[in-house]
Ligand binder design. Structure first.
Ligand code: API
Length: 230
């Protein structure tokens, strides 16, 4: 079992690529080992390809985790010394690369954003591997996130991202994360969803956990950031 953070999102990683355990056992491991973490990554191998099975700290499985995917790729490259460029998730095949010491992940193809208004917040519902609600506000620091974030999360069964536009391509994002049932220091797929709604080519995302970059290229959306062994 190893511990990592990625831009403040905190994970426990279990490498079970040489064995297999039941879903119940996975859930038990998660509940026992993620009390001070946001989620858990299980490293598995299916038909010769590495597979990331992701669980939130509350034991719920999620099809994808953007920051978790960056940790997963870092682990394959730096710890297992596997020179692979892709791995499987429940949101499909994910491509990764390392440059300038940062981990880049090509994010799952987003769904079409649906504009909605709820609890006086106008925003967009879209899926980037997992469901997100993105709403732009004047000042994210003034949001009572554990109050309104929780309410919106329950109503939408989605991760809730409050976004403040600081400049043409810089945003500040706070996320109430489903399955953590609280604010996380950053959310990779939430940062990506927010950048998609902003719709600029290279978006700097400022989160409590640090800086992420979202690159909107002609072949997709890439999430860039660091990984730490803590
Ligand atoms: N809590 C999310 C999964 C983790 C997403 C987040 N940690 C990320 O970096 O994308 C959900 O259940 O939809």
């Amino acid at each position: 079992m190893k511990k990592y953070t990625a831009n403040g999102n905190s994970f426990v990683l279990f490498d079970i690529s040489k064995t297999s355990i039941s879903d119940n056992e996975k859930k038990k491991w998660v509940l026992e080992n993620c009390k001070d973490r946001d989620g858990a990554l299980f490293v598995e191998k299916r038909d010769g390809i590495y597979y990331m099975d992701y669980f939130n700290k509350d034991g719920s499985r999620a099809p994808f985790c953007g920051n978790g995917a960056r940790v997963f790729f870092y682990y394959l490259q730096n710890e297992k010394k596997e020179n692979v460029s892709k791995f499987l998730t429940d949101a499909g095949l994910v491509f990764g690369k390392i440059y300038n010491g940062k981990i880049l992940i090509k994010m799952p193809k987003p769904s079409i954003a649906q504009k909605i208004k709820i609890e006086n917040f106008s925003g967009y519902l879209l899926k980037v591997g997992v469901p997100h609600f993105v709403t732009f506000v004047d000042n994210v620091d003034k949001i009572m996130i554990n109050n309104i974030g929780k309410k919106l999360r329950k109503k939408l069964n989605a991760n809730i991202n409050f976004v403040q536009k600081l400049s043409k391509n810089t945003i500040k994002v706070r996320t109430f994360e489903r399955g953590v049932e609280g604010e996380t220091l950053s959310c990779g797929s939430g940062s990506t969803a927010s950048a998609i709604i902003l719709n600029e080519n290279k978006v700097k995302v400022i989160t409590k956990g640090g800086i992420l970059y979202v690159h909107i290229l002609n072949d997709g959306f890439y999430l860039e950031g660091g990984v730490e062994n803590v």
